[in-house]
Write a protein that binds this ligand. Structure first.
Ligand SMILES: *Cc1c(COP(=O)(O)O)cnc(C)c1O
Length: 344
């Protein structure tokens, strides 16, 4: 049985074209920087994001950690969203492994950090204080609803960083979703940042890997630290071959996932028992269960399987559904029908 899997876009399995490219990939030892496929992927990612260089890393979490480790010294402080992946979902790596102090700033409902809040959280020079070094934003902002942050907002954060001598990192796990949702070139969203991480392994459908992007100097230091963390991979071209297809073929089709998220949202609006919020801005829908629903989250997850649909909860009485390459129109219909039957 093939399920329609709406738990996340991380569940995307490689396409037949990716598997073929992986089988035929020209490879070398990437720790010696000898792997032509990895080198091609890194050059392409850097050029698409308008930066000097990039590094293929095993995961988004490692990419963000490397950015933090390069930009900050032990005891430095990084400003992060209180609903950001870096703050909530990276096992506290910045503090545990980098000795970097997170300074959480409230994520607004639109996914941004208010500029005045960022400004107010920058530490003054004082013997009691940490040294503020870095501002991190997340685009799209996952927990706030998969919301894209605009080029204008990003430029304002960049300006604020410069004025205060701070560095600026974007957790752009889904930055190509943001570019598609805003109908802009991804470069418009990355230009003000010193570094950007994005995932190949989510909506871009590759099986493994993320890219860290920035200046040559930044990437050289990140490569050194990647080896330290055990992330120096050898014939990684087998994986990079899929990543190249992500960049060439998958970045341009994300609008289809967003359109399906909208159809799913419209269908679910007709289902009694769900409290839906604003129409989805990218590939994610969040909703709460209406008060009258007595089924638990896990009962709903189990019941939905009977309709061939996998879903996951995002908090107490809260669900998140994510569309991606392997969710077609029929899958959207199945999910709507499943919820209407299960919540009857
Ligand atoms: C998934 C994700 C990451 C981390 O990526 P992994 O490859 O799962 O480590 C970082 N930031 C955001 C916003 C994400 O959604």
């Amino acid at each position: 049985m093939t399920y329609t899997d709406l738990r996340s876009d991380t569940v995307t399995k490689p396409t037949p074209e990716m598997r073929e490219a992986m089988a035929e990939a020209e490879v070398g030892d990437d720790v010696y920087m000898d792997d032509p496929t990895v080198n091609a992927l890194q050059a392409k990612a850097a050029s698409m994001l308008g930066k000097e260089d990039s590094l293929f890393v095993p995961s988004g979490t490692m990419g963000n950690l490397l950015a933090l480790l390069v930009h900050c010294q032990r005891g430095d402080e990084a400003i992060v969203g209180d609903k950001s992946h870096i703050y909530l979902n990276e096992a506290g790596g910045m503090a545990a492994l980098g000795g970097i102090h997170p300074h959480p700033v409230k994520n607004q409902a639109d996914g941004t950090l208010a500029l005045e809040d960022i400004r107010a959280s920058i530490q003054t020079e004082d013997v009691h204080h940490t040294i503020t070094r870095l501002i991190c934003i997340e685009n799209t902002q996952n927990v706030c609803g998969g919301i894209p942050l605009t080029a204008e907002y990003t430029a304002q954060v960049g300006k604020l960083a410069k004025e205060n001598n701070l560095l600026f990192h974007i957790d752009g796990a889904r930055i190509f979703n943001a570019a598609a949702a805003l109908n802009v070139d991804v470069k418009d969203l990355t230009a003000p940042a010193d570094s950007i991480m994005f995932c190949l392994s989510k909506g871009l459908v590759a099986p493994v890997g993320s890219m860290l992007v920035g200046t040559k100097k930044f990437i050289n230091r990140a490569r050194h630290l990647r080896k330290m963390l055990g992330g120096g991979m050898r014939q990684a071209g087998v994986l990079a071959a899929a990543g190249l297809i992500s960049l060439e073929k998958m970045t341009g089709r994300l609008g289809q996932d967003h359109a399906r998220a909208k159809s799913l949202f419209e269908g679910l609006k007709q289902v009694q028992g769900l409290k839906l919020e604003a129409s989805p801005a990218s590939n994610m829908i969040y909703f709460d269960l209406a008060d009258r629903i007595t089924l638990t989250e896990n009962q709903i997850i189990e019941e939905m399987k009977k309709y061939d649909v996998l879903v996951d909860w995002a908090g107490p009485r809260r669900f998140r559904l994510v569309t991606h390459f392997w969710v077609d129109d029929a899958g959207v219909e199945k999910a709507i029908r499943g919820f209407s039957e299960v919540l009857k």
